[in-house]
Design a protein around this ligand. Structure first.
Ligand code: SF4
Ligand code: SF4
Length: 488
C-alpha cells in the first residue's frame, strides 16, 4: 500500500498568504464600507480617470506625458528631455526618491493604501467585479470550498481579460503617441509585431496579477514594502490598534469578563484585511495601511455603544506613551535635500542649451575614392531643437577652401521639441589627407543666436601628402567637440 508523506507544518507563523503547510491561503476580504473606504474610493476613481485621460491630453502642443524610447525622448508636462539630459534625469530621480522618503517618514504607507495602482485597481475595480459576479464575500468563499472552475469564475476571467487588455493599451499609450496606437489597434498585429507582443505581455502580467498573484505583489514582489522599517520612525503615521484600550480581549458582548477591554474579539478587522493579517499583533510588514480595519472596527464599536477609534491612525510613539515629536531629524533633512535637488533641477532646466548638435561618423564605408582623385566623406549631423518653434540650421565649412560641402537640404529645418538627423558629403582632394585623415571645421548658424563651430576629423587614404589643419601632426586628439561659439 502506497504511503503518502504528511505535509510538513511550519513551526511558527508564516506569511499571511500561506497556510502552515505552505499551500496558498486565498484571502477574500470582507468589504467594510465606512468613511475611510468612501474617501479611498473617491480618490481611486479620480486616479483611474487621470491614468486613462493623460495619453489624450496635450501641453504646449506636445503629449502631457510620453516616454518615447525608440526616439529616446521623454516628454513630461510639455518639456522634452533628450538622452543628453542625464543630469536632469538624475536630479529628478533623486528628488523623487527623497520625496518618497519624506512622505513615508510623515504619513507612513499612504502611497500603498491610497494611491498604488496595485491597491487601487484590486480593491476598486477587480474585487468589486468579483464580488458582484460571485455573490459577494460569502459567494466567493462557497466557490472556493466547491473547488473546480465554475462558469461564474470563467465569466469573471473573461471580464478580467478584457480589462487587462484595456489597461495594457492605456499603459502602452504612455510610450507611443495615442494616434499611432489607434492606428495599430485598427491594423493587423503583423504590421507592428514588437508593439503587439509588448501589449500582450503587459496584458498577461496584469491578468495574472489581479487574478492569481494579488496581495502577494505587496508582500513578496514590491521592494517598497520591504524597506519600510528603514523609512519609518516612531512618529510616522500608521494604522494602529490600541492595546491599552482593547486588551484584555473578551469574546462577545454579553457576560464579559470583569476588567475586559473594548475588543470583543469578533475578528472583523482580520476578515476585512486585504493582506490577511491581524492588526492587533502590532506593526507588520504586510500592513499596507489601507484603513479597512479602521472602518470594520469603528462599525463594531458603534454597534456595541463604544467610541470609535480602537483601531485608528496613530504613531508607535503614541502607543508607548512617548510625547509626539512633529519635528525630527529626517523631517528636517529630507525637505532640505529635496529643496537642493529640485532647485538644481529647475536651474539646469532653465539654463540648458536650447539646441544640441551632435556630429556623427558615417555609416558603412568611411570614405570613397573617386576616379578624379577626390575623396568623398559622409558626415551626419543630429540636431535637437528644444525651442517651441521650428529652427533651420545652416551648415558651412569653415577655413577649408579646398573642400566642398554637399547637403541635400541646407539650412536644415527641425520642428520645435524634436531631434532630426541629416547626412551631408564633403569632397576633398586626396592630397589634403595626411596619415589617413584630415580635419575640417563645421560652422552651424541657426539664425536666432545659436552659432557654433565643430572640429571634425575625416578619414581618408593614408598616402596623402597634406598637412593637418593648423599644422598639427596626427596624434591622440579625441573625437569631435565644439570648438567655439555660443549656446543659445
Ligand atoms: S491591517 Fe488594517 S490597514 Fe493594515 S492592511 Fe490590513 S486592513 Fe489594511
Ligand atoms: S474589529 Fe475591533 S473589536 Fe473586532 S476583533 Fe478587531 S479590534 Fe477587536
Amino acid at each position: 500500500m502506497a504511503v503518502h508523506p504528511q505535509p510538513v507544518q511550519a513551526p511558527e507563523r508564516v506569511l499571511s498568504t500561506l497556510n502552515a503547510d505552505g499551500s496558498r491561503r486565498w484571502i477574500r476580504p470582507r468589504p467594510s464600507p465606512g468613511s475611510w473606504w468612501t474617501r479611498r474610493r473617491v480618490l481611486a476613481y479620480v486616479l483611474m480617470f487621470v491614468f486613462f485621460a493623460i495619453p489624450y491630453l496635450k501641453m504646449g502642443g506636445k503629449p502631457l506625458i510620453l516616454l518615447d524610447f525608440p526616439h529616446r525622448e521623454f516628454t513630461l508636462f510639455g518639456t522634452t528631455f533628450l538622452p543628453t539630459d542625464t543630469l536632469l534625469f538624475m536630479l529628478l530621480f533623486v528628488s523623487t526618491v527623497i520625496m518618497i522618503f519624506l512622505v513615508t517618514a510623515i504619513y507612513g504607507r499612504v502611497w500603498c493604501g491610497w494611491a498604488c495602482p496595485q491597491t487601487v485597481y484590486m480593491e476598486f475595480l477587480f474585487r468589486p467585479i468579483e464580488r458582484a459576479l460571485e455573490g459577494g464575500f460569502r459567494g466567493s468563499m462557497r466557490l472556493d470550498r466547491a473547488g473546480g472552475i465554475h462558469r461564474v469564475r470563467l465569466a469573471k476571467y473573461a471580464i478580467y481579460g478584457l480589462l487587462a487588455m484595456f489597461l495594457a493599451h492605456t499603459f502602452l499609450a504612455y510610450f507611443v503617441r495615442i494616434d499611432q496606437l489607434v492606428r495599430w489597434v485598427q491594423g493587423s498585429p503583423k504590421e507592428h509585431p514588437v508593439a503587439f507582443l509588448v501589449m500582450a505581455g503587459t496584458a498577461l502580467a496584469i491578468f495574472i496579477d489581479f487574478t492569481w498573484f494579488r496581495e502577494q505583489t505587496c508582500l513578496i514582489a514590491c521592494p517598497y514594502g520591504r524597506i519600510q522599517t528603514a523609512l519609518f520612525d516612531r512618529d510616522s503615521l500608521i494604522v494602529i490598534y490600541d492595546p491599552d484600550r482593547g486588551e484584555p480581549r473578551s469574546k462577545g458582548t454579553v457576560d464579559r469578563a470583569p476588567g475586559a477591554g473594548d475588543c470583543i474579539d469578533c475578528g472583523m478587522c482580520s476578515r476585512t484585511c486585504p493582506t490577511g493579517i491581524d492588526i492587533r499583533e502590532g506593526l507588520q510588514m504586510e500592513c499596507i495601511h489601507c484603513t479597512q480595519c479602521i472602518d470594520a472596527c469603528d462599525e463594531i464599536m458603534t454597534n456595541i455603544g463604544q467610541p470609535a477609534g480602537l483601531i485608528r491612525y496613530g504613531t508607535q510613539a503614541e502607543l508607548t506613551g512617548r510625547p509626539k515629536r512633529g519635528l525630527r531629524a529626517r523631517v528636517i533633512l529630507y525637505p532640505i535635500a529635496l529643496l537642493v535637488t529640485m532647485g538644481l533641477f529647475v536651474w539646469n532646466l532653465e539654463n540648458r542649451a536650447t539646441t544640441e548638435v551632435t556630429v556623427l561618423r558615417s555609416l558603412g564605408t568611411p570614405y570613397q575614392l573617386r576616379e578624379d582623385g577626390t575623396v568623398v566623406n559622409q558626415v551626419r549631423f543630429k540636431f535637437s531643437n528644444r525651442n517651441r518653434d521650428t529652427r533651420a540650421y545652416k551648415i558651412e565649412l569653415s577655413g577649408s577652401p579646398d573642400a566642398q560641402l554637399i547637403a541635400p537640404i541646407n539650412p536644415f529645418p527641425v520642428t520645435g521639441g524634436h531631434s532630426l538627423t541629416t547626412t551631408l558629403f564633403i569632397v576633398s582632394p586626396r592630397s589634403s589627407f595626411a596619415a589617413g585623415e584630415r580635419r575640417v571645421m563645421f560652422h552651424i548658424d541657426e539664425g536666432h543666436g545659436f552659432k557654433r563651430t565643430y572640429l571634425h576629423r575625416l578619414p581618408g587614404p593614408a598616402d596623402g601628402d597634406g598637412r593637418r589643419e593648423g599644422g598639427e601632426r596626427p596624434g591622440h586628439e579625441e573625437a569631435e567637440k565644439p570648438a567655439a561659439g555660443s549656446s543659445h
